[in-house]
Write a protein that binds this ligand. Structure first.
Ligand code: PLP
Length: 460
């Protein structure tokens, strides 16, 4: 379906709601301007309707959550059935069969599927929680508190996860409350090389310029130096950076981290909260390079719309880290293993598979990347760089002097919202327009979205 905009954006109801929110929500939370946001009323598939009856095409999956599309029938049925049975249980005291079922399912989907044996899981509510569980696991397992993480990385905003994120915008205001256990190293970025090599212009799928070896060699050197200087227990990494601006590293990056972790007896934590569940054309992004991490963090598209996350680890690692329960868990929460969330996750996982969305994500992703690669900056004053894997794609806008074209990016996103397309900016400078649509989106809808972006940039 095409977007259908009936009112000026935001419409009168959205404006009235914004005024109400302005009075009563802490003012840093929702960005409220005269031309932003629209208030969502309902959603189905790739369509979202706002409070004024306008219909939008969602190219974000609402932060990567609605992989199946919004309000999927199977997930909704599971939710409704479960909420009529049991709305809440006692996750770490008197749990449900659903929790046992989901933990077993996550084991089957990850380590068992990778031929690495059983997995054990700690469930939680947010992505940030799952990352913090992983960091605690690494400390318990290795006795070492230090973490290597990467510039541009995003792992959530709880104080533990925040200590390890590589986006200063989020971290700096809270520095006084953070512990300095994370060492941030450059993430290999094939487009703007943080190692100062000749431009990292990517030449094509699987082909890199000669700088590639240097980049990973530099990084290896920095990691080894950090391991010599500090007590490091794990490397925390997004296989593809999402919030950092859809940064796709060289394929050899994760294998290198795996090898270093094995050599030094430390844990490799893959944060797949954004990339997981078919987003990148594989069930999990680490599968593109055949790397099995020690721990994988999952959230977002796990349930398709319920705050439930998971830290899934190799059973040996988890058992070596966590002492057997004695009646009081040392790491748990009130809503752990929420029955509605577990029921939704199980239904969601089944549907993702039944609808063969992993193949679809890969196929449509290739097509989208081709379309985005045709997008040119206005009068060539802006450089547009498209990148992505599967249906996790982005287009970075840079000024002639290579500085981030942030204002243009935000202006174009707003312009497209007014034309019925919901998009998000990503990256440290908010100059990457990201595309993470529901995996059920049609080819025609993607082509139209790319064409709308091209037109919006042409008009600038
Ligand atoms: N890790 C990654 C890779 C993410 O993209 C996000 C959220 O965007 C998080 C962790 C944090 O998840 P949450 O916002 O649910 O805490």
């Amino acid at each position: 379906m095409l977007p259908q905009i009936l009112t000026p954006i935001p419409g009168p109801r959205s404006l009235a709601l914004a005024a109400r929110l302005r009075r009563h929500e802490s003012r840093n939370v929702t960005y409220l301007a005269d031309d932003f946001p629209v208030f969502w009323q309902r959603a189905e598939g790739v369509n979202v309707w706002d409070a004024d009856g306008n219909r939008f095409l969602d190219l974000t999956s609402a932060f990567g959550v609605s992989g199946l599309g919004h309000t999927d029938a199977a997930v909704r049925t599971a939710l409704v059935a479960q909420s009529g049975e049991l709305l809440h249980a006692m996750g770490d005291v008197h749990p449900t069969a659903l929790k046992a079922g989901l933990c077993a399912r996550l084991s089957a989907l990850t380590f068992e599927r990778w031929g690495a044996g059983d997995a054990k899981t700690v469930l939680s509510s947010s992505g940030s929680d799952a990352v913090e569980t992983a960091l605690k696991t690494a400390l318990l397992r290795t006795g070492k508190a230090g973490v290597i993480a990467f510039a541009g990385g995003y792992h959530g905003l709880g104080l533990g996860a925040l200590s390890a994120i590589g986006l200063p915008f989020f971290r700096e205001p809270f520095r006084a409350q953070l512990k300095d256990f994370a060492t941030l190293l450059p993430y290999p970025h094939c487009y703007r090389c943080p190692f100062g090599r000749e431009s990292g212009e990517r030449l094509g799928e699987g082909t890199f310029p000669a700088c590639l070896a240097d980049c990973l060699m530099d990084l290896r050197g920095q990691i080894e130096a950090t391991l010599r200087e500090k007590e490091i227990g794990c490397i925390l990494v997004e296989p593809i950076q999402g919030r950092g601006g859809c940064v796709v590293p060289p394929r050899e990056f994760l294998p290198m981290l795996r090898e270093i972790c094995d050599t030094h007896g430390i844990l490799l934590i893959a944060d797949e909260i954004y990339t997981g569940f078919n987003r990148t054309g594989a069930l999990f992004a680490c599968e593109h390079s055949g790397v099995v991490p020690d721990l994988i963090c999952l959230g977002k598209a796990l349930t398709g719309g319920f705050p439930l996350s998971a830290c899934v680890g190799h059973a040996d690692v988890m058992d070596a880290a966590w002492p057997a329960g004695t009646g009081e868990a040392i790491h748990t929460s009130t809503f752990l293993g929420h029955p509605v969330g577990c029921a939704m996750a199980l239904a969601n996982i089944g549907e993702l598979r039944a609808k063969k969305l992993v193949q679809r994500s890969a196929r449509l992703g290739e097509m989208l990347l081709k379309e985005l690669s045709k997008v040119q900056g206005p009068k060539s004053k802006v450089v547009c760089r498209a990148r992505g894997v599967g249906l996790m794609a982005g287009i970075e806008l840079l000024n002639e002097d290579s500085s981030p074209a942030t204002e243009l990016s935000l202006r174009v996103i707003k312009k497209l919202l007014h034309r019925g397309l919901i998009l998000l900016p990503e990256g440290e400078h908010a100059n990457v327009i990201s595309f993470t649509p529901p995996l059920t989106i049609s080819e025609a809808q993607l082509r139209r979205a790319a064409a709308a972006l091209r037109k919006a940039l042409d008009e600038e």
